[in-house]
Write a protein that binds this ligand. Structure first.
Ligand code: PLP
Length: 395
């Protein structure tokens, strides 16, 4: 039998700390490894497989589209792209869409859009305020936007124009705003940064400040959007409409795609000022259209809110049982368990042995981001395994 891990260590760039499992198949909330072992998946491709693995509506949409037209370039009109654009506009309250291939690319495009806006409307203002602890992607500019030293330090000097300030602190944004500021970009809840939930009024305060200063509010909903927090977009829970919103991850339930959504006022790109070869390609768009339509038609965000509460309650019970569990936090189906010591990897390894996939987002923090279709029964199954594993940590 081929040793795939050996192949990885020999041929792949060593950029990932892999969990020692070779996954070969997925269905719903389950995945199987090369030895036929089954796992309940609370990672979901890093919050990507929103409808679970190989959902029939996504498989059907992709199959039909690859048999019809795979790629055409944006020199031409293609139907899935325009169907998706209409669906995203109608369900978000924003006015225009640009489609790309990933979260980083969506944010990079949003930053470029903000610079064009600044050039046109704000006397050349180009600086974007972002938050410490944020995560906006791996391109050089998005590393500068991402307020985490571990992502920035290896790549200095970083591109100019990003100011990282304390998250969940409107004063920090206000103090950092100058005549050179064209936008503020934040996540509604910091996922990669450790599932950090801001105060209820934070987004409203950011919105009000951006309005007061005439600068753009960019919301990075790459991880929080498409139902994950219990509403189609997280900003809806805060009753805030940003000027620009970025999406990726769960948008096509596993097929790579990213999107920039903007209001008419903010959508200032002129022909030739931005573009993409693969962005908005028919296959990714067909998958995304099928995913978003299924989520909307089946009212999945409401179900996420219910099953997410059930999950959070169960995690809270574990917290009261195990004193070394310091905090449960998150919203919808983006939840975290923080320990009072750095045992997240140990817990992850033990969960793996019990057939449960979880994510270590920080040395002392586990993150749970299952498919949005997870049932209360499957959540109970995960909780039972976590209970057993945490009991083992107690000894
Ligand atoms: N923005 C947020 C909020 C993310 O969580 C991520 C990825 O984790 C990104 C952007 C980058 O997305 P991608 O990995 O698709 O480039």
């Amino acid at each position: 039998m081929t040793d795939w891990k050996e192949l990885e260590s020999k041929y792949y760039m060593h950029t990932f700390e892999r969990v020692p499992v070779v996954l070969v198949r997925g269905q719903g909330t389950r995945v199987w490894d090369e030895n036929g072992c089954q796992y309940l998946d609370l990672v979901a491709g890093w919050a990507v497989n929103s409808l679970g693995h190989c959902h029939p509506v996504v498989v059907k949409a992709v199959r039909e589209q690859v048999g019809m037209l795979i790629q055409a370039s944006n020199q031409f009109y293609t139907i899935p792209q325009l169907q998706l654009a209409e669906l995203l506009v109608k369900s978000s309250g924003l006015n225009r869409v640009f489609l790309c291939n990933s979260g980083a690319e969506a944010n990079e495009g949003a930053a470029k859009l903000a610079r064009r806006y600044g050039e046109r409307n704000l006397g050349g203002a180009y600086k974007i305020i972002t938050a410490l602890g944020s995560f906006h992607g791996r391109t050089l500019a998005m590393v500068a936007a991402t307020g985490q030293a571990k992502h920035q330090q290896p790549y200095v000097p970083l591109p100019d124009g990003f100011v990282n300030v304390t998250y969940d602190n409107i004063k920090a944004i206000q103090q950092a705003t100058t005549k050179e500021t064209c936008a503020v970009m934040v996540e509604p809840l910091q996922g990669e940064g450790g599932v950090n939930v801001p105060a209820d009024d934070y987004l409203k305060e950011v919105r009000a400040w951006c309005d007061e200063k005439g600068i753009l509010m960019i919301l990075d909903e790459v991880q929080t959007g498409i139902g994950r927090l219990g509403s189609l977009f997280a900003c809806q829970q805060a009753c805030v409409v940003p000027d620009v919103m970025t999406l990726a991850k769960g948008l096509a339930s596993g097929i790579p795609i990213g999107a920039i959504l903007a209001t008419e006022k903010a959508a200032v790109f002129q022909p030739g000022e931005h573009g993409s070869t693969f962005g908005g390609n028919p296959v990714a768009c067909a998958a995304a259209y099928a995913t978003v339509k299924y989520i909307v038609d089946n009212n999945l965000p409401d179900k996420v809110a219910i099953v997410g509460k059930h999950f959070a309650d169960g995690l809270e019970s574990l917290r009261s049982k195990y004193p070394f569990v310091r905090q449960i936090r998150g919203r919808g189906l983006l939840l975290a368990m923080e320990f009072d010591r750095e045992i997240a990897q140990l817990v992850l390894d033990a969960c793996l042995k019990e057939g449960l996939l979880v994510n270590r987002v920080k040395p002392a923090v586990l993150r749970f981001m299952p498919p949005l279709i997870i049932t209360p029964g499957e959540v109970d199954e995960a909780l039972t395994i976590l209970d057993k594993v945490l009991a083992g940590m107690n000894q």
